[in-house]
Design a binder for this molecule. Structure first.
Ligand SMILES: Nc1ncnc2c1ncn2[C@@H]1O[C@H](COP(=O)(O)OP(=O)(O)OP(=O)(O)O)[C@@H](O)[C@H]1O
Length: 390
């Protein structure tokens, strides 16, 4: 795998000095802890057990390498890292607002208004633009990977599936290649593609309390997340930045309709829908549905963004009037996490667990650990529209 540009100088963290307040989330690769530093700064520390999967260490090193090169208001910066014989960990700024999926579930009918969609996808577009300019395809865009900073602006997370593309077109392994390779290399991937009942769990919560969206639900597999995977990835035709524009279209559709456009009753059906089914639009055609339709063009060569990148997308009618250069200066984004939202109170971390090493030791034993955290129910959604003037 090509490396991004050389890493910036970063702080070396000492595992023994890191005091975790609570678990922020658990993903396929690691556990993310909330760490308080110097009684003031909060950071999110992602820790990976290097022996957890065959390529955990490689993927973790890759993510650290990518993070160390990022410098953009809608992308995380690397605050520091540590490595022990067993663990690899790195810290990024803490995002107290949860993710875009949780936020959407918090809305009436689980959808955002057009104005709110415009704000969020404009910021995501800028983040993807920056990554692509650096030659990095993100390859894992989904609402769960879009976090809300304290300021209310977005930040993308989870870069272990990202890839440096040295040429415009890179031939990549097909889905079947990846399945075969994964099955060969690790027992972990010997799980069937679908659940025994043929379904992929996607729980719709009644309330946010007790709900975790990162606990396996739509979590990463070897091809990313099925509902967001572009047709060319399934076909194995080639892999370009346009896969991010496809996922961007799926995410935008989901924000508008509250569901993804190609979800089937199992992965196979989802892939078939991605390849052959046209997305369904309800109601009259609008600039937003037109944007989505152009992003969800099955042929990547015809997809919006393929030829002209992010600039081409920014010129779409849906974004007319957006002042791109002052997006970061919007002081009242649609949702600003409340300062005192309970995140900073010490969480019950688990019987007998006082530090991160303990936690990973216990993970290896059959003791049941606490599940992923609750999202704050007290965060405030403000429907004020000052952000529509950016
Ligand atoms: N900076 C952050 N601030 C707050 N919470 C965070 C932050 N980074 C990650 N999290 C939480 O931790 C969860 C897991 O993080 P992440 O997606 O990076 O892990 P992963 O193991 O790579 O997951 P995946 O299964 O998607 O590959 C996120 O869904 C989010 O809930």
């Amino acid at each position: 795998m090509d490396s991004p540009t050389p890493p910036n100088t970063q702080q070396n963290l000492n595992l023994n000095n890191l005091k975790p307040l609570k678990i922020l989330g658990k993903g396929a690769m690691g556990t993310v802890f909330l760490i308080q530093q110097n009684n003031t700064t909060n950071m999110a520390l992602k820790v990976v057990d290097k022996s957890s999967t065959h390529d955990a260490e490689r993927r973790a090193h890759w993510e650290i390498q990518v993070l160390s090169t990022l410098a953009h208001p809608f992308l995380p910066s690397l605050l520091g890292s540590f490595e022990t014989a067993q663990l690899l960990g790195w810290a990024v700024p803490y995002c107290p607002g949860g993710d875009l999926n949780v936020l959407r579930y918090h809305q009436t009918d689980h959808v955002f208004s057009t104005t709110v969609i415009r704000f969020y996808i404009a910021e995501i577009l800028c983040a993807l633009d920056h990554l692509h300019t650096m030659g990095i395809a993100y390859r894992d865009l989904k609402p769960e990977n879009v976090l809300i900073q304290q300021s209310g602006h977005v930040t993308l997370t989870d870069f272990d599936l990202s890839r440096k593309l040295s040429h415009k077109t890179v031939k990549i392994e097909t889905v079947d290649d990846r399945i075969n390779e994964s099955r060969r290399k690790t027992r972990r991937w010997r799980v069937p593609l679908t659940e025994p009942n043929g379904k992929i769990a996607r729980v719709i919560p009644v309330s946010r309390r007790g709900v975790s969206f990162s606990d396996g639900e739509r979590s990463n597999s070897f091809v990313g997340t099925a509902e967001y995977v572009a047709p060319e990835v399934i076909r194995g035709d080639g892999h370009e930045f346009a896969v991010d524009w496809w996922a961007f279209g799926v995410l935008t559709y989901e924000m508008l309709y509250g569901k993804t456009p190609f979800k089937g009753k199992n992965k196979k059906e989802t892939f078939r829908n991605v390849l052959f089914k046209s997305p369904e639009f309800v109601g009259r055609k609008t600039a937003l549905t037109d944007l989505i339709e152009r992003l969800l063009e099955k042929d990547p060569l015809k997809r919006l963004g393929y030829g002209g990148g992010a600039s081409e997308i920014k010129e779409h009618e849906f974004f007319r009037g957006v002042k791109w250069e002052i997006l970061t200066e919007v002081v009242r984004p649609p949702f600003i996490p409340s300062k005192d939202d309970g995140y900073l109170t010490v969480d019950k971390f688990g019987e007998g667990i006082v530090n991160i090493s303990d936690y990973f030791e216990k993970l290896k034993s059959p003791v049941v650990l606490p599940s992923s955290p609750l999202r704050s129910p007290s965060s405030e959604f403000r429907d004020s529209v000052s952000f529509d003037e950016f």
